[in-house]
Design a protein around this ligand. Structure first.
Ligand code: HEM
Length: 220
């Protein structure tokens, strides 16, 4: 039975779109600093990058708090279950109109590949970007080209790590934007992240259990 389910909460949508905006802006200003192109001007790019970086850190603090207080962090625990059918689906099934191998529910909204990739972003790529970014900042500004306390005398490894992370994030965004279009319809995933509601298949039992737990449904 198809039901319209409230799947992404207000804070989750706010966090998702703010994060998208900030990463996009950090990538644009960052690659101007890197010398890839010129748009804001180098000095401006550096100041905008710092402001956006602090905003990103504040957002991360709120997001960590939200994930732990709501228990939503559990959605991101990686699993190998169903991972092969999911990969096969993206490589083959999707071009043959095969059904999605993972059923989305309110309690489990991520497929196994999403769990793995988002988990990697949360515990590896984003922390590496924040840490290398902060080291970059403190290397450059208060101490003028060194952080003696932790024996950092050269910027090179930090710059390489930060730039590699930036490439990883951009690669993620490109793949992410393609996968957004592979939901039930081309726009259904995008609409869900904008409005919070998505039409998903639920069994009679699931729907009753979930309604009892206070989830909002619209019957269709
Ligand atoms: C909290 C997170 C971040 C902090 C604190 C931070 C900080 C910095 C700082 C201080 C610089 C060097 C500025 C200068 O040379 O004066 C820099 C460069 C750069 N940042 Fe970030 N950044 C963060 C996140 C990001 C993100 C998310 C991206 C991309 C998606 C990014 C991409 C870049 C790039 C490409 C450079 C140029 C690196 C180079 O050529 O060496 N940064 N960042």
């Amino acid at each position: 039975m198809k039901r319209t389910v409230y799947i992404y909460k207000a804070f989750e949508r706010f966090w998702h779109w703010m994060q998208a905006l900030l990463i996009f802006f950090l990538a644009a200003t960052g690659f101007e600093i890197h010398g890839s192109f010129s748009f804001f001007g180098y000095e401006n790019a550096v100041s905008y990058h710092s402001v956006a970086a602090y905003a990103f850190i504040v957002l991360i603090v709120f997001a960590v708090f939200w994930h732990f207080t709501t228990g939503e962090w559990k959605q991101y625990i990686p699993t190998m279950k169903n991972i092969v059918p999911q990969v096969n689906y993206y490589l083959i099934g999707i071009f043959r109109n095969a059904p999605h191998p993972t059923k989305k529910t309110v309690l489990s909204k991520l497929n196994p590949l999403q769990k793995l990739v988002y988990f990697g972003l949360k515990i590896l790529v984003v922390p590496v970007m924040v840490l290398s970014g902060l080291l970059y900042m403190f290397y450059r500004y208060p101490h003028k080209d060194s952080i003696e306390g932790i024996r950092i005398e050269t910027l090179e490894p930090i710059a390489i790590l930060h730039t590699a992370g930036a490439y990883a994030l951009i690669a993620f965004i490109i793949v992410h934007m393609y996968l957004v279009t592979t939901g039930t319809t081309v726009t259904s995933n995008l609409k869900a992240m904008l409005t919070g509601y998505e039409e998903i298949d639920v069994s009679e039992d699931e729907s009753e259990q979930s309604e009892a737990a206070g989830n909002v449904y619209e019957k269709i």
